[in-house]
Design a protein around this ligand. Structure first.
Ligand SMILES: [Ca+2]
Ligand SMILES: [Ca+2]
Ligand SMILES: [Ca+2]
Ligand SMILES: [Ca+2]
Length: 327
C-alpha cells in the first residue's frame, strides 16, 4: 500500500514537473495563531472539562503559559483567525451545539468577546477561516446540502464591524474543503478541496469570486491532508500530507503546480496537531503530539526539518486546538 502511495505521489512530481522559480511574494497574512502578535505562532489548549490554556511560544521555548477561562463544553472552537489589518488581534471563533456563533479577539492571554455573529442553523458548518479579501479573516461556511457561502467581515464607515454574506456555489457533497491557504501568493486565501475518490482541487480566489479552479491530481485515499502552511517561505501556502502508514509528504505549491516530495515516516502514535511558524523565520513548522501526551516540534525549511525537539509532555486530557479548518 505504501509503495503504491509513494508511486502515486512521485508520479505526480514527475508528471507535473517544476516551474521556474518566481520572485518571492510577501507573506499573505499574519502568522497562524499568534495571540501575542510577536510574529510567532502560539499553542491553544483545551481540556476535556472545557478549560482553555495558552502557551506563547518562541521556537522550542514556552515563553509564557496561562490558563484561560473555562468555557462550557457545548461550545467548540471552530477556527483561529487574524482579525484586523494590523494583524494585532488574533481571534478564536466559537460555535455552540445549538448553532450560536461568537468571536473572541485575543490580546495575549486576555480574551475580548467582541460581537455576536448571526447564528446559522446547525446544518451550516464552519469549513475554514481565510483571508479572502486581504483584510483579516473571513469565514467559509458549508451547508449539509453542499452550499458554500462566505462571511466577509470588515470595518464599517463608523468603525463598527460589519458582515457581508455571499453564496459562492453549490458543490456536491463528495467534495470537502480540506484546507485554506494562499497557494498562488497573491495575498488572498484560496480553497483546497478533496473528493471522496481522492481527487484534489484548488480554487484560486479573489474575494467572493473564484478566479480559477483546477483539479490537480487524484491521490489515493490512504493519503490525507494534515495541514497547510508556507514551509519554504516563498509567500505561497504548501500542503502537508500523511498516509495511513505514517509516511509524510509535502507539496510546495505555486498556484496549481506542486513540487512534491516524500518526507520521513513517523510512527502512527504521533499526530500532526498544528502547522504554524513557531520561530518566526517566515517558514511554517510542525507540532506533533503523541498518544501518550508527548509533544515534539519540527522547525522546517522546505522539505527539511532544520531542527527538531521534544517539548514537555502534557496529560492527555488536554488537546491542542491547532487546526485552521474544521475536520
Ligand atoms: Ca506569538
Ligand atoms: Ca491566493
Ligand atoms: Ca511555500
Ligand atoms: Ca518557522
Amino acid at each position: 500500500m505504501q509503495d503504491v502511495a509513494r508511486r502515486v505521489l512521485l508520479g505526480i512530481l514527475f508528471v507535473v514537473g517544476v516551474l521556474p522559480a518566481c520572485a518571492a511574494h510577501p507573506a499573505e497574512a499574519g502568522v497562524f495563531a499568534d495571540f501575542d502578535a510577536d510574529g510567532k505562532s502560539d499553542i491553544l489548549w483545551r481540556n476535556d472539562n472545557g478549560t482553555l490554556a495558552m502557551w506563547l511560544m518562541n521556537g522550542f521555548q514556552i515563553k509564557a503559559a496561562q490558563t484561560l477561562p473555562v468555557v462550557s463544553n457545548d461550545w467548540h472552537v471552530a477556527g483561529i483567525g487574524d482579525d484586523d489589518l494590523n494583524r494585532n488581534f488574533h481571534s478564536i471563533l466559537w460555535r455552540n451545539d445549538n448553532g450560536a456563533t461568537t468571536l473572541w479577539w485575543m490580546s495575549g492571554f486576555t480574551p475580548y468577546p467582541q460581537w455576536y455573529y448571526p447564528s446559522p442553523s446547525v446544518d451550516w458548518h464552519v469549513a475554514g477561516l481565510g483571508d479572502f479579501f486581504n483584510f483579516g479573516s473571513d469565514i467559509l461556511w458549508r451547508n449539509d446540502d453542499g452550499t458554500l457561502s462566505m462571511w466577509h467581515a470588515y470595518w464599517g464607515v463608523h468603525g463598527g464591524r460589519q458582515i457581508q454574506v455571499a453564496t459562492l456555489a453549490v458543490i456536491s457533497t463528495d467534495w470537502h474543503v480540506v484546507g485554506i491557504g494562499d497557494f498562488d501568493g497573491d495575498g488572498e486565501s484560496d480553497i483546497l478541496w478533496r473528493n471522496d475518490n481522492g481527487a484534489v482541487a484548488v480554487w484560486l480566489m479573489n474575494g467572493f469570486q473564484t478566479k480559477a479552479a483546477q483539479i490537480l491530481s487524484v491521490v489515493s485515499t490512504d493519503w490525507h491532508v494534515v495541514g497547510t502552511g508556507d514551509f519554504d517561505g516563498d509567500g505561497r501556502s504548501d500542503i502537508l500530507w500523511r498516509d495511513d502508514s505514517g509516511t509524510l509528504a509535502m507539496w510546495l505549491m505555486n498556484g496549481f503546480t506542486q513540487n512534491a516530495q516524500i518526507l520521513p515516516a513517523v510512527s502512527n502514535d504521533w499526530h500532526v496537531v498544528e502547522v504554524g511558524d513557531f520561530d518566526g523565520d517566515g517558514r511554517s513548522d510542525i507540532l506533533w503530539r503523541n498518544d501518550n501526551g508527548a509533544l515534539a516540534m519540527w522547525l522546517m525549511n522546505g522539505f527539511e526539518a532544520k531542527a527538531a525537539q521534544i517539548l514537555p509532555t502534557v496529560s492527555t486530557d488536554w488537546h491542542v486546538i491547532g487546526y485552521q479548518i474544521s475536520r
